[in-house]
Design a protein. Structure first.
Length: 207
């Protein structure tokens, strides 16, 4: 049996990360960070800093999210629990592909990925008391060549627009993927093998 209080805080709006944590039986409460300038501005800057490489970027953002969520936990006087935060980015040719703002951006992203291999980086940070544990997982994803018609049809769907790189591996974009080297769950946004290791270091039993 697990100890009585094995719950964590998840500092993420991603429904996919929630699904993945439920998949491995981790109990959590959401601890949302501000992203609305009208409510005081973003608490974590996701703007790429000058000269910042993709792995440094995703590692920094995940760590800042965890630290900010921990501060929020204290500020709201919530029960003290481990905080988990993550960030995912897609990179090709050293260029970071975030979430497309519109169909034009989504189309450009998919054209840059068509017929090529790109990298998906997901960094996970777990903070508890004065300790922070972090790992950044890298996967390689190879796309088949996509016709303009296929790209237009996919970009007409709602699927690309809240995903780094403009596609969802667990959705219809699975049709584009010829090969994966790495972590399927990491490409979705939370590499479960690495997450379990980090949570165990923070005192959370997964099984």
């Amino acid at each position: 049996m697990k100890p009585t209080d094995q719950k964590i805080y998840l500092a993420s709006k991603s429904p996919r990360r929630r699904e993945l944590l439920r998949q491995i039986g981790v109990e959590f409460e959401l601890l949302m960070l501000r992203d609305n300038a009208a409510r005081g501005g973003p608490e974590v800057s996701e703007v790429v800093q000058p000269g910042e490489l993709p792995e440094a970027y995703v590692t920094r953002v995940a760590r800042e999210k965890a630290e900010c969520a921990r501060q929020t936990m204290f500020w709201r006087k919530l029960p003290i629990r481990p905080v988990l935060a993550a960030d995912t980015t897609v990179t090709v040719d050293g260029r970071i592909l975030g979430k497309p703002a519109d169909m034009t951006e989504a189309t450009e992203m998919l054209k840059s990925l068509s017929g090529r291999t790109h990298q998906v980086l997901t960094s996970v940070a777990v903070q508890h008391h004065d300790d922070i544990w972090q790992v950044t997982q890298r996967s390689e994803v190879s796309f088949v060549s996509l016709s303009d018609q296929t790209i237009r049809a996919y970009c007409a769907l709602p699927e690309p627009y809240d995903k780094a790189g403009g596609y969802a591996i667990q959705g219809q974009a699975a049709l584009f993927i010829r090969e994966i080297i790495g972590s399927y769950s990491g490409i979705m946004g939370l590499p479960l093998f690495e997450v379990a290791q980090l949570l165990q270091q923070a005192g959370i039993r997964v099984l």
